[in-house]
Design a protein around this ligand. Structure first.
Ligand code: HEM
Length: 162
């Protein structure tokens, strides 16, 4: 019988022959059962206070945006602010509260009801760029966060209609 050379993976894309599959949540530890010695990105940039400020500044911009604001089903942007904060915190290694409340993110599917064309994307990104600037992160943290936000926003476009 041929022994498997790596643990079974449910993610076919991540499985490359000869390359061990490493669970994403592994941290370097101080000894076999020691405390983690690597911080998550969430911790490195300042934890909840940083993500709460980021999303708050972003929604200050959205509140004044004539294209984006009407898309939001609720007049009060507070609940949307909380959902995006929880999602980003979870994504960057903070508490998993988003999925506990909302289930699997399925972000493209959740954006289907909204007309996310290149204009909406660019407006979203402009408010987010301003919000990221208010955090004054280190250049590396800024670039890491921005790279993700930009790719995510491009991936969310679901129409090229005006
Ligand atoms: C590209 C332009 C985008 C537009 C116009 C847009 C617009 C919207 C709107 C109108 C909602 C509904 C408000 C709500 O009920 O929460 C929403 C929800 C949400 N958006 Fe976006 N969005 C965009 C990009 C993104 C990106 C890039 C992300 C992630 C990085 C994101 C994450 C979320 C999350 C987490 C929710 C709440 C989903 C839920 O749990 O129901 N959005 N968005």
């Amino acid at each position: 019988m041929v022994e498997p050379t790596q643990p079974p993976s449910t993610d076919a894309v991540a499985s490359v022959p000869g390359v061990p599959v490493i669970p994403a949540a592994v941290h370097l530890r101080d000894g076999e059962n020691g405390v983690p010695v690597t911080e998550t990105f969430y911790e490195q940039v300042g934890g909840h206070a940083t993500f709460a400020k980021l999303v708050h500044e972003f929604y200050v911009g959205v509140a004044d945006d004539p294209v984006l604001k009407p898309m939001y089903p609720e007049e009060d942007l507070g609940p949307a602010e909380e959902r995006l904060t929880l999602f980003l915190e979870q994504y960057w290694g903070g508490p998993g509260t988003y999925s506990a409340h909302r289930g699997h993110p399925r972000l493209r599917m959740r954006h289907q009801p909204f007309k996310v064309n290149p204009d909406a994307r660019d407006r979203w990104l402009a408010h987010m760029r301003h919000a990221v600037d208010t955090l004054a992160l280190s250049p590396l943290h800024d670039a890491t966060l921005w790279d993700y936000l930009e790719r995510a926003a491009f991936a969310m476009v679901n129409t090229f209609d005006d």
